[in-house]
Ligand binder design. Sequence first.
Ligand code: A3P
Length: 285
Amino acid sequence: MSELNVEYEGLLFPKHVSSQESLRYAREDFQVRDDDVFIVTYPKSGTTWMQEILPLIYSNGDLTPVLTIQNWQRVPWLEHIHSRVLLEERPSPRLITTHFQAHMFPKTFFKSKAKVIYMGRNPRDALVSSFHYHGIASFLEDPGTFDEFIEKFLEGRVMYGSWFDHIKSWWPAKDQDNFLFLTYEEMLQDTRSTLVKLGEFLGKQLSDDVIETIANQSKFNNMKQNNMSNYSFVPTEMINQKETSFFRKGIAGDWKNHFTPAQTERFNSVYAQKMKGLNFPYYKD
Ligand code: A3P
């Protein structure tokens, strides 16, 4: 294991933001409230995008929160070192972000009515996005070659563990009333319909004008310009965005520009084996 990671319950977490204590606290001690709303994602699946959208839904389209509060403060991370400080005293309803698999979730969650919005993304695109992110973030391991990174990803030797374990851990919850499963691709294709779905799930009446405002503010190019969302405040030594931006491409299917036919075949065969018997919307390609 790299010295950049901390291991907890057999999974790797970046030491830069999590510790044994913060992970233990999140799981064992964190008190979930019935009106908490969690964004749950596997890394590089559109977390930041959802951190823009949810506050705008709760502000009824008022841009103030997303233009004045950093995303990690407006929708804090459950597993991060500062979660206790940022979340314990926060008035309800709390919006909370996490990359946790279901079995890592706070124990109090399972007795609560708190809601989960799970955002999935084609794992091939999450892999490509993650590969580039590892290249610009000094607190993450060197990704190695793309070929090497594919193997690490397929084996789950990456931060927050295996994509397959992540989605499989949450999939059984998909029909529960307090769970909404969305995909990056559907949100990209039709943001407005996704916003309507989110409004219904969260019990928020959103007018057409408000939906328009949220859809506009959460566009890739607008978020890329938003200093409260684009991580520009992070020093270059931590995240070097000079050549590759955190807001890199924001498209579906970029993996096709990265995978060779042999890599595609290798990925698909592991995918077929690991996802066997699961009626999951991803994707031969
Ligand atoms: P790419 O690297 O493929 O561009 P996360 O926030 O979970 O780390 O995910 C980051 C990925 O989501 C990056 O993907 C980023 O560009 C993309 N993303 C962020 N905001 C987006 C938006 N408004 N629309 C489309 N993609 C977005």
